[in-house]
Design a protein around this ligand. Structure first.
Ligand SMILES: [Fe+2]
Length: 128
């Protein structure tokens, strides 16, 4: 669920970038299809335009599998921010993306600590 906590920052960044943009400017920036479908509203989609779906959140009912999935998601988010940083030349956008990227690193580390705790618990003798 960590991906949800980034949306408010991404949505604010998008809102600020789109504020005052004319339809001609959106078209010149390659956002013609986006503008036609969503105007300047925030529409949750990936870079290819695929809309967000709850199917992106995988869960297996197993704490090890779930935590490893979470850790992979954090690394994928970090890599995505780095890819976007490679494409962006806007200092304000880049500062925001660098902040978000660092959060992904910390989230990955926290999930790793949780995974260690799960393994420790699984390896302890249970007395009921
Ligand atoms: Fe995260």
């Amino acid at each position: 669920m960590s991906g949800l906590t980034h949306w408010e920052i991404i949505a604010t960044l998008f809102y600020k970038l789109m504020k005052g943009v004319t339809p001609a400017q959106a078209k010149a920036a390659g956002l013609e299809a986006y503008y036609a479908n969503h105007g300047k509203d925030v529409f949750l989609a990936n870079a290819a335009g695929d809309p967000f779906t709850a199917a992106y959140f995988a869960c297996k009912g197993d704490p090890v599998a779930n935590l490893v999935e979470d850790m992979a998601a954090e690394q994928k988010a970090r890599a995505t921010y780095e890819n976007i940083l490679n494409l962006s030349d806007d200092p304000c956008v880049n500062d925001t993306l660098k902040f978000l990227r660092e959060r992904e690193v910390v989230h990955f580390q926290r999930f790793g600590e949780a995974l260690d705790n799960v393994y420790t618990w699984m390896n302890t003798k249970k007395c009921y």
